[in-house]
Design a protein around this ligand. Sequence first.
Ligand code: ZN
Length: 332
Amino acid sequence: MELLTGILAKAGLAALGAITPCRLSILTFHRVHARADSIFPDELDAERFDQRMRFVAQTFNVLTLGQAISRLAAGSLPPRAMVITFDDGYADNVEVALPVLRRHGLAATFSVATGFLDGGRMWNDSVIECLRATAKDSLDLEAFGLRRLPVAEARDRRVAIEQLLSRIKYLTVAERDQAITRLQAICGVAALPRGLMMRTEQVRDLHRAGMEIGGHTVNHPILLSLTLAEAESEIVEGKRRLEAICDSPVDVFAYPNGIPGQDYTAEHAKLVEALGFRGAVTTARGVAQTGDDLFQLPRYTPWANSLAIFSMRLLMNQLHRDVELAPPRASQ
Ligand SMILES: [Zn+2]
């Protein structure tokens, strides 16, 4: 079945290649759990990731983001070009995903928010871990504009997490901190885990293993919620820290959250270029091709349980052009 899926996908991509110019699929990943997660069983675990990466290695020509940006600029993209990206800097990227990538001879680009290295935690994970750890059967979430929600079952916890995330996502950094403190009290959870994100030496290990490290700010703010000067400082300080850790230039960037017009604008794209990056990725869906704005490249998160659906979605994504691409920058 797996072999057949690979052959069909390759044939489909070759047929698409004959009628369309070379296109670049950029995949987005976040966590890769060692084992299936009880609250989010559909998220990637080591076994599924291994299966996906075997398919990718057999079917696509995988480049780092920096390599792909050079090839896009030169008009020399290989057929079936793909970039694998990981956002945020989860420790499981090093502990679980890296051995899989190496096993399949693949390089990937890891965009790391430096403020969470060495024991930090992103606000969304604080929400998830509060709900994971609570011993209560229901939570009074009126403080978040929600009703009392049941949390006895894993499925209930997932629903509560999703509702809380949507309430907290667009708050300021300070407001988010307050919200997490309040949620911890409501959940009756005294301490949250401190090992979710990479340690400094793990970033260095990734770089030494031939992986690419990209910028992702310090605190992962929504850039559009900051002044341009604050946004600049977030982007520059993240870049400098990563360059110091790796003793090497960091010249690719991923916008936090990454939705064009909602999380960042053309002004931020110009800023990223002015700060010495060679290109940047968004979360707008689609494939890239030569001529696209290198500072607003689209990406794709292929959520899917089965390999057959995963490969079909990658094929469909090859056709996904100019539908939700980022608007052009004011000046180039
Ligand atoms: Zn991110």
